[in-house]
Write a protein that binds this ligand. Structure first.
Ligand SMILES: Cc1cc2nc3c(=O)[nH]c(=O)nc-3n(C[C@H](O)[C@H](O)[C@H](O)COP(=O)(O)O)c2cc1C
Length: 311
């Protein structure tokens, strides 16, 4: 998620779960090919496995990026076919590619030809008036025939004109049944469902219909939900608690600050760690007021922790 799932957020989430597949923010192919590559693609080995999400529709550029990413140790390349922003539409990528399944298929096969890691697609279920199940299935069929085996389905359509990206994450209704029906008709595909999944119960119930869930905002707001979901799914036997995770993350912060980063950039992913506990508000406000002023002082985190009562 743009501006959210940066390398620090991923490092923190990895401390909570050794099973979760983490995704980068969408990074455009031109940014990788012509920008600061280390800034865009650099990550800590502890984050593994990480999928790189690419934005673009130029087959050669995407293939070159996929090769670079594989060389850097990324576990998967995921093509963004879901972002509705104007900037992205102007570049002819993101959600507007739902209208060009052949082009998406070419992008996928172009990348698959040069890497051994999986190439996957994150899509919507439609755009604008092209929102029938038939047109969604046509998209899936076309991209599947290029060899794509895994689809992450954000189960609402995108409206390309008139809604902001934020509204496009809540206004068009969720239609999980599109993803369920694709899975039922294509049992060989790996279908990962996304959109509005914010409780353990809802996540677990999806698994009787599809192969996995992708969670966005709920993990940002309450990262410990990752552990709770994995426990409920029988995927975690980690016994480190929130405070153990926080201590490990503080060590990471010290190292990052030694490399010149300000504490201010490092506290964002941990703001929701004590979601629901007494003192949560004070924990957050201490972090957001003190970290920008004391850019190099990790004790800010410890002081903030003292406001929280876990009992
Ligand atoms: C701040 C923000 C940034 C996002 N950036 C991306 C992105 O870079 N790539 C992407 O595929 N989806 C992006 N999304 C969409 C989410 O991945 C997800 O599809 C959407 O929020 C619905 O899932 P959720 O209800 O679990 O959050 C973003 C969402 C938010 C809130």
């Amino acid at each position: 998620m743009l501006d959210w799932t940066d390398r620090h957020c991923r490092y923190f989430h990895r401390l909570i779960s050794d099973r979760i597949l983490l995704y980068t923010e969408m990074i455009t192919a031109p940014a990788i090919l012509r920008g600061d590559r280390e800034k865009h693609l650099g990550f800590s080995p502890q984050e593994h496995p990480v999928a790189l999400q690419l934005g673009g529709s130029d087959v050669e550029d995407l293939a070159e990026c996929a090769k670079i990413a594989e060389g850097m140790g990324y576990a998967e390349i995921n093509l963004n076919v879901g972002c509705p922003s104007d900037r992205v539409q102007k570049g002819r990528f993101g959600a507007c590619l739902m209208k060009e399944p052949e082009l998406v298929a070419n992008c996928v096969s172009g990348m698959q030809a040069v890497v051994d890691i999986p190439v996957t697609v994150k899509s919507r279920i439609g755009v604008d008036d092209e929102d029938s199940f038939e047109s969604f299935e046509n998209f899936i069929n076309t991209v599947k025939s290029a060899g794509c085996q895994t689809f992450v389905v954000h189960a609402r359509k995108a409206i390309l004109k008139g809604l902001s990206p934020k509204q496009n994450r809540s206004v068009p209704p969720l239609k999980y049944e599109y993803a369920y029906d694709i899975k039922a008709k294509h049992p060989d595909l790996n279908i990962i469902i996304n959109g509005g999944i914010d409780t353990v119960e809802l996540a677990c119930s999806q698994l009787s219909q599809v192969d996995g869930v992708m969670i966005g905002r709920a993990f940002w707001n309450a990262p410990w939900l990752i552990r709770d979901m994995h426990r409920a799914m029988g995927l975690s036997n980690q016994d480190n608690d929130r405070d153990d995770v926080l201590l490990a993350y503080m060590d990471y912060c010290v190292e990052m600050m030694r490399q010149g980063l300000s504490l201010h950039w490092l506290i964002r992913p941990i703001l929701g760690l004590y979601h629901g506990f007494p003192g949560n508000k004070k924990w957050k406000s201490h972090l957001v007021t003190e970290a920008p002023r004391r850019k190099n002082d990790v004790t800010v985190i410890k002081e903030a922790r003292d406001w929280v009562n876990l009992c």
